[in-house]
Design a protein around this ligand. Structure first.
Ligand SMILES: Nc1ncnc2c1ncn2[C@@H]1O[C@H](COP(=O)(O)OP(=O)(O)OP(=O)(O)O)[C@@H](O)[C@H]1O
Ligand SMILES: Nc1nc2c(ncn2[C@@H]2O[C@H](COP(=O)(O)O)[C@@H](O)[C@H]2O)c(=O)[nH]1
Length: 206
């Protein structure tokens, strides 16, 4: 397998509450071949969250050890907690030729971009800032303080949108999901990815 036959790394970012998790869930149900990267975090589990499904929940000491052992591809401190992407799972998935999606905040996404410039970086936007706040509040998982912090970080995150390849408004989940699906399909048809496969076939024929 040539390096070009690796899977595609897709990074989905956007402010807290915009709907990344909801859109990802919809995407995964209609694209079962797409692999989802489960992050590690030091934040407390929310009601219903399951270890290894939503996150790998860690103490701060355990998380610092992961960083020390170079086991995270990227990490960031967000509203008082650490979040990071386990490195090996991502690398193994890509090497197996499968596509993987990371649902992460902006600082981490920019670190991934430095390492995987060929990745596909998608920014999810709310229809308006009022709607963003409605969604965070409506989810009912955050304290007043957490909502304030997340809304204030959201403005800084949106300012960094220019570093992304695509920007999608999450007006309706089905629309956002089908736009992301189209992006992934188009990325599979990028000339450089296809040309490397053709070259491989030609080398095998000769
Ligand atoms: N298109 C949409 N229209 C209306 N509500 C939505 C839409 N997308 C998501 N929501 C709702 O908004 C809330 C936040 O969504 P979700 O938890 O997926 O956001 P998130 O970006 O993953 O947040 P976080 O980064 O904090 O994990 C949820 O209650 C979800 O049901
Ligand atoms: N840099 C990273 N950010 C991550 C990762 N996993 C999740 N996140 C982002 O953190 C915020 C808050 O998440 P929440 O579950 O507490 O609401 C959100 O933007 C997530 O996308 C990660 O591995 N690295």
């Amino acid at each position: 397998m040539t390096s070009k036959d690796r899977g595609i790394l897709i990074v989905l970012s956007g402010p807290s509450g915009v709907g990344k998790g909801t859109v990802c869930k919809a995407l995964r149900s209609c694209t079962p071949e797409l692999i989802y990267s489960v992050s590690a975090t030091t934040r407390e589990p929310r009601e219903g969250e399951v270890e290894g499904v939503n996150y790998f929940f860690k103490s701060r000491e355990q998380f610092q050890q992961l960083i020390h052992d170079d086991q995270v591809l990227e990490w960031a401190e967000y509203v008082g907690n650490y979040y990071g992407t386990p490195r090996k799972f991502v690398e193994d998935t890509l090497n197996a030729g499968k596509d993987i999606i990371l649902e992460i905040e902006v600082q981490g996404a920019l670190k991934v971009k430095q390492k995987f410039a060929e990745g596909v970086f998608i920014f999810l936007l709310p229809p308006s800032m009022d709607e963003l706040e409605n969604r965070i509040v409506g989810r009912g998982t955050e304290s007043e303080e957490s909502i304030r912090s997340r809304m204030s970080v959201a403005m800084d995150e949106i300012r960094l949108m220019e570093h992304y390849d695509y920007a999608i408004v999450n007006d309706r989940v089905e629309n956002a999901c089908s736009r992301i699906k189209s992006i992934i399909e188009a990325e599979h048809c990028r000339k450089d990815r296809v040309v490397s496969k053709i070259k491989q076939w030609m080398a095998e024929v000769n």
